[in-house]
Ligand binder design. Structure first.
Ligand SMILES: NC(=O)c1ccc[n+]([C@@H]2O[C@H](COP(=O)([O-])OP(=O)(O)OC[C@H]3O[C@@H](n4cnc5c(N)ncnc54)[C@H](OP(=O)(O)O)[C@@H]3O)[C@@H](O)[C@H]2O)c1
Length: 179
């Protein structure tokens, strides 16, 4: 069975997901009445999250209650400290994107939310991403952690839709053309 992988991420207009030190304050706080840009609908469509260690550590650094109600796989090649309270829903894996999806397929995963720049790049290089939903924040950062990186070959995208939101946010959805 094939596991579908989707990306739902915010970037600066020059393509960064965080400042060089990992800061994401520039994403801005949504207004109380602002819509969620399709986040809840997207979350409802996935059954697992797969995120890189850096993203996991960033989420923990917020010091807020764990925000996910789906199983989360954190990718790291190093031993990872996972708090007792999270061990039921968070586990560590390492390996190639194919191996990781293979393990998830065995337990019935169908749709994975991929998060973290490096993680997304590794899955893109492996040809294992099906959908990209990118919300561009109207700012140029000049430097930072990039969403995209080197590729073994071009990745053709099919435009699905583009929506604009308040604060000048522009969200574009692409499907990866695997033909
Ligand atoms: N703008 C947004 O919407 C958004 C969304 C998500 C994250 N972010 C930000 O982006 C930053 C994190 O992104 P990032 O590019 O640094 O990377 P990341 O993907 O979060 O983490 C990268 C790390 O994940 C591990 N990893 C990834 N794939 C692996 C694999 N197949 N096997 C084993 N380990 C693997 C490696 O950890 P080890 O070195 O331990 O092996 C790697 O160094 C944070 O600042 C976060 O706040 C922003």
């Amino acid at each position: 069975m094939t596991v579908k992988c989707s990306v739902f991420i915010a970037t600066s207009v020059d393509g960064f997901i965080a400042r060089p030190d990992g800061d994401i304050g520039w994403l801005g706080e949504p207004d109380e009445n602002e819509e969620d840009h399709g986040y809840e609908r997207f979350m409802a469509s996935v059954d697992h999250l797969v995120m890189g260690r850096n993203t996991f550590e960033k989420v923990l650094s917020f010091g807020i209650p764990w925000p996910y109600d789906k199983p989360v796989v954190v990718l790291s090649s190093k031993p990872l400290q996972i708090d007792e309270g999270l061990r039921k829903s968070v586990e560590q894996m390492a390996g190639s994107p194919q191996e990781i999806l293979g393990q998830l397929a065995k337990r019935g995963a169908q749709h994975v939310y991929l998060d973290g720049g490096d993680t997304i790049q590794r899955f893109l290089r492996a040809g294992l991403v099906q959908r990209l939903i990118m919300t561009r924040i109207p700012v140029l950062l000049g430097e930072g952690l990039p969403l995209f990186g080197t590729l073994p070959q071009d990745v053709r995208l099919r435009h699905v839709e583009t929506q604009t939101f308040s604060r000048g946010l522009v969200q574009t959805e692409y499907e990866i053309a695997h033909d």
